[in-house]
Design a protein around this ligand. Sequence first.
Ligand SMILES: C[S@@+](CC[C@H](N)C(=O)[O-])C[C@H]1O[C@@H](n2cnc3c(N)ncnc32)[C@H](O)[C@@H]1O
Length: 261
Amino acid sequence: MADVAALAARLRAAGCVFAEEEAELLLAAGRDGELDALVERRVAGEPLEYVVGHAVFRGLRIEVGPGVFVPRGRSEFLVARALDGVRARGAVTLLDLCCGSGALGLALRTALGPRATLHAADLDPGALRWARRNLAPVGAHVYEGDLYAPLPPALRGRVDVLTANVPYVPSEEVRLLPAEARAHEPLLALDGGADGLDLVRRVAREATAWLAPNGRLLIESGDRQAPEVAAIFTTAGLQAETTHEEEQGATVVTGQRPVNQ
Ligand SMILES: C[S@@+](CC[C@H](N)C(=O)[O-])C[C@H]1O[C@@H](n2cnc3c(N)ncnc32)[C@H](O)[C@@H]1O
């Protein structure tokens, strides 16, 4: 089945919306007689990125597969917002909590170059296998554990940019997610607790202890949740600002640590 049109027709019949693009990607990935097996997996509903073994995020190839959250295009806005506020010169310390595959941290570190030092952490050892692979080329420090718990104490008060794309789907709404996510991505990567904001609260509560003066915390949220996220940031002592990007439907709340805190 090496023909794009025939493969696209089969994918379309299975419900794939971008059938032509997917056919091209599967054909490129399916070398050495593997194509049929890859197509079977896709037709059975596995995320395309798992099947071809990578996602593209801000033009970077991010290796992914079963056991890790697939980086979403809308999170590119979070990276853009994080870069907006970085000084033009000088060393920058980056911390990516809930790093999953490492996509956000890798995009920031790639944009800033070697003046940036990247620290990345996640609770899920399955996700960290992918993060270590993706982040090794930039010499990132990768930690396993609950939020800030595994970080070296020497990092306290030194983080310039703290990104945290935490799970933010309310528990009751996980069942409403597309089957690709619900059936294949780890629940730990999706379920944000009763109102979706459990992890936002926990990240924000400790943020001022880890941020440098003027350092910023950036979290993606649902549009509806953003006012509550901003209020959580304010309670945690951060100066909150919410921005929205229409095309991808992305909302990011930024919280800056005031100099005198
Ligand atoms: C929505 S995914 C985001 C992954 C990645 N940042 C991205 O945007 O592609 C959320 C991640 O949070 C991690 N996570 C959930 N609870 C955590 C906790 N208590 N401490 C650290 N990581 C956690 C999950 O394992 C998952 O990798």
